[in-house]
Design a protein around this ligand. Structure first.
Ligand SMILES: [Zn+2]
Ligand SMILES: [Zn+2]
Length: 184
């Protein structure tokens, strides 16, 4: 666990949610804060927000904790691009902001030649916004609403499965795990 001294209370909430303090979480914290500021979200979080995140690492938990854009609610969309890029869409006001991490320069090598994670974390917390993230207004393209679709029973395990996620193997309709097992 990194120790960089007392944390701001909004960051402490994010750390409690995530389980530890780490550089990735701080990237998400600064990015989510920058997005909220840019969109003038204020303290109340009942806005119709959607976050489109381009990685599935620690940083995303800051968006879940701070903006209440969560995987379960369907207003957290994951694109597997391996990039610290986050787009937050405010559907009520038809605005969107794209926030990308630009703070690689904040990394310093410690005495052992590896990144000094504590120094990096401290800089991620305290550096001016423009040294941590780039913030751009973009046109909002809300993702399609989730469609409620009927389930079908997998012909192998019998578990109800969203129809669009099933695979036809010969005569049988299978869930993905069963189809993969069958292929082996
Ligand atoms: Zn982490
Ligand atoms: Zn199955």
């Amino acid at each position: 666990m990194l120790d960089i001294g007392p944390l701001p209370s909004d960051l402490q909430d994010v750390v409690d949610f995530h389980g530890h303090l780490c550089p990735g979480l701080l990237i998400g914290y600064r990015a989510a804060k920058a997005a909220a500021e840019h969109l003038n979200l204020g303290a109340s979080r009942d806005e119709e927000l959607v976050a489109v995140v381009e990685n599935n690492s620690c940083s995303v938990d800051a968006f879940q904790a701070m903006l209440s854009t969560t995987f379960g609610k369907g207003n957290l969309i994951f694109h597997d691009h391996g990039k610290q890029v986050f787009t937050v869409i405010d559907r009520d006001h038809e605005r969107a902001v794209r926030v990308s991490f630009v703070g690689d320069k904040l990394k310093h090598a410690g005495p052992d030649g590896k990144t000094d994670r504590e120094a990096f974390a401290r800089d991620l917390l305290n550096a001016p916004t423009e040294q941590v993230v780039k913030v751009e207004e973009v046109s909002p393209e809300p993702p399609a609403e989730a469609v409620i679709e009927p389930s079908v029973k997998c012909d192998r395990c019998g578990e109800p499965t969203q129809a669009s996620r099933t695979v036809q193997v010969g005569e049988r309709i299978l869930c993905k795990p069963c189809a993969e097992r069958q292929a082996k």
